[in-house]
Design a protein around this ligand. Structure first.
Ligand code: PTJ
Length: 279
């Protein structure tokens, strides 16, 4: 895959119990080395990893419901836009290109830590992943959205500015709030259900971007032939406040269950049990 890290044999053995997580971490580091990921993107990834532990590193039932509502919303939108930042370009460029094709959503590069060099590096990742049209590349064409002081306020007049729906993976809260106040419907992907982004969005998918974009693609494919009424019914049934509550309960139940066990890695638990028996 474009930009994916090549990990030296032996440095990260494939039988390492945390192989998948470490491999993803290396993709982020590679993205940083390629000027795609911002320095703060490394920190943001660490926060995501921590929250992923709390959801058991799997897509929970409430997240699946949010994915379904997001898929239906994308299909109903007249002018959907997928906002691309450094972290998502490093992790799921190809999948975002596939999603944009399936939903006719436009890809727009929009960065918190904006530099021209990073915009070009991200554009190259997206082109390498098969993207044909990318917005947000020309600073002279950009227009500002109100109520936002960060550099993310500069958006493309053919993209986020006129969008009715914006998918914002791994977003900062200020912009989600500004997009909402500017009348946009917002779908967020954020492992932290407590974040301002998660709280402000219309639909929050509390799941790892690595797992949920392929599931979102599957869901869009399966809903594609459905009637507008059916899609509207799915969206109308979804309630983000309730869904976030369910997600927080998933985390609470997961941690409560582990709290009863203390040591929950089976091999570690049995070694401690044997040591106890030996006196
Ligand atoms: O590329 P830029 O310049 O636009 O900057 C991107 C970052 C991510 C650095 C910027 O948007 C930022 O600072 O974001 P925050 O405020 O740190 O929020 C990122 C959120 O994404 C946090 O709540 C993390 O828990 C969450 N997150 C991190 N990794 C993942 C994730 N959520 C889903 N999947 C992940 N893999």
């Amino acid at each position: 895959m474009t930009g994916k890290a090549k990990i030296e044999n032996g440095f990260l053995p494939e039988d390492h119990p945390r192989y998948v997580s470490l491999k993803i971490r290396h993709d982020i580091i590679k993205g940083f080395e390629d000027n795609v990921v911002a320095k703060a993107g490394l920190i943001a990834h660490g926060r995501g990893e921590a929250f992923d532990y709390f959801v058991g590193e799997q897509t929970s039932q409430p997240a699946k419901e949010a994915i379904r509502a997001a898929a239906a919303s994308l299909l109903l939108a007249n002018h959907p836009v997928i906002s691309v930042n450094g972290n998502v370009a490093a992790l799921v460029a190809r999948e975002l290109v596939d999603l944009s094709r399936l939903t006719n959503a436009v890809l727009e590069v929009n960065l918190f830590y904006h530099t021209e060099a990073r915009v070009i590096a991200i554009k190259n990742y997206l082109i390498g992943a098969g993207a044909k049209e990318i917005l947000g590349l020309n600073p002279d064409d950009q227009i500002s959205i109100p109520e936002l002081s960060s550099l993310r306020r500069h958006v493309d007049p053919k993209g986020i500015y006129i969008a009715d729906l914006v998918l914002v993976p791994l977003e900062d809260g200020d912009r989600t709030e500004a997009l909402k106040k500017f009348g946009k419907k917002v779908i967020a992907i954020d492992l932290n259900p407590l974040s301002r982004t998660a709280q402000w969005a219309d639909i929050t998918i509390v799941d790892n971007i690595i797992r949920c974009i392929p599931l979102l693609i599957q869901e869009v494919s399966s809903l594609k032939g459905k009637s507008i009424e059916k899609l509207k019914e799915i969206v109308n049934k979804f309630n983000n406040k309730e869904n976030l509550g369910k997600m927080i309960k998933v985390i609470a139940d997961f941690l409560n269950n582990l709290a009863k066990k203390g040591i929950f890695i089976p091999e570690a638990a049995s070694i401690f049990a044997e040591m106890k028996e030996d006196g």
